[in-house]
Design a protein around this ligand. Structure first.
Ligand code: PLP
Length: 345
């Protein structure tokens, strides 16, 4: 597949903005920097951040065993998803393909960019329906968004079906792995070299516990990463975010301990929810949340709010009638949730 053919012409022809720190990269104390109109008085953030976030990428490169040239960072993975759409989709012409019920931002970002959305529902077991997807897509379908583990259903997609799509979809396939660190399944990162049209997105917002700093990552071929670099806002990842991320990425043991606790709590929650009479089904989860079907979602959702507990009502999503989604909290929060469930009739 020729990626160049998928890129919008104006992006291909774009002359990117060149910032002071792009033009002179070796930022070290031994030089006098009078090129960026910064305030010279040191306060920790008076200088512009590294536009290429090299130190963060070096950490990620080691952790993920991926070359720096295959990594792109954004202001949350939401920014990255937006940039991907803007690289490949011509407004008022091209479309993206999504598989509801799934993460709502794909559609919102497409709408913002005047890009159409072709929706092909997941199967009853929340798996991609490969034939229907290929049939519904057309020559203007530039991106297929696969979310695995999927939000809000919690399951991972079958490797077989994903691989079929990677081979037969005639555009970019984005696999959103926001929840991969909670999953038993292997990341698609290890297959980057096999599929030139594959982009894997991840985030520090979920397992890494840093939703507040807004840092997302995507991994793809050098070719795709270099296009994203051409169109990104020059300083899209701020200095405080970079510092915090480096700190956290230097403590992998802390992160994996928290993930282990969340996984144990998830199992405990599932066993307790199983005893609640109005919960009719608990879907298997590969993520840090649980989707369940209740008798009356709207009623149970409001009852929980009255008890001071906020979960997500997903009843209006396709295939999710009467479904509620809840995040796995800490042990105290989870006990409160179960007690609340036990106390409502
Ligand atoms: C939470 C979430 C994201 C958002 O990640 P940010 O890096 O915080 O922007 C992306 N995709 C899915 C499926 C999510 O659930």
């Amino acid at each position: 597949m020729d990626i160049q053919n998928l890129i919008r012409d104006n992006i291909k022809d774009l002359k990117p903005y060149s910032s002071a720190r792009d033009e002179f990269k070796d930022f070290n104390e031994s030089k006098v920097f009078l090129d960026a109109n910064e305030n010279p008085f040191e306060n920790g953030v008076n200088r512009y951040p590294d536009p290429q976030q090299l130190k963060v990428k070096e950490k990620l490169s080691k952790i993920k065993n991926i070359k720096i040239d295959n990594i792109f960072l954004g202001n949350g993975s939401d920014e990255i998803l937006d940039l991907i759409i803007r690289v490949f989709c011509e407004p008022n012409q091209d479309n993206i393909v999504t598989l509801p019920p799934t993460y709502g931002m794909y559609e919102v970002l497409a709408n913002i960019n005047a890009v159409k959305v072709i929706k092909v529902n997941l199967s009853d077991s929340f798996q991609p329906q490969v034939e229907q997807i290929l049939k519904a897509s057309n020559e203007d379908s530039k991106i297929l968004f696969l979310c695995s583990p999927n939000n809000p259903t919690g399951n991972s997609f079958s490797e077989n079906e994903v691989e079929k799509l990677l081979k037969s979809f005639r555009g970019i396939v984005v696999i959103d792995e926001a929840y991969i660190d909670f999953s038993k399944q292997e990341s698609w990162l290890n297959k980057l070299n096999d599929f030139p049209n594959l982009i894997v997105t991840q985030t520090l917002s979920k397992a890494y516990g840093m939703a507040g700093i807004r840092l997302g990552a995507c991994y793809a071929s050098e070719e795709i990463i270099s296009i994203l670099n051409r169109i990104k806002p020059p300083y899209n990842v701020n200095e405080l975010t970079q510092l915090k991320a480096i700190e956290r990425l230097s403590k992998p043991k802390e992160v994996s301990k928290e993930i282990q606790q969340i996984l144990l709590q998830r199992e405990w929650l599932i066993s307790e929810l199983d005893n609640i009479s109005f919960i009719n089904k608990i879907y298997p989860s590969d993520a840090n949340f649980i989707l369940m079907k209740v008798d009356e979602a709207n009623k149970r959702y409001s009852q929980l709010i009255e008890k001071g507990i906020v979960i997500r009502n997903r009843t209006n999503q396709p295939l999710c009638k009467n479904c509620l989604r809840l995040t796995v909290g800490n042990d105290i929060e989870n006990k409160k949730l179960i007690n609340a469930f036990k106390s409502i009739k």
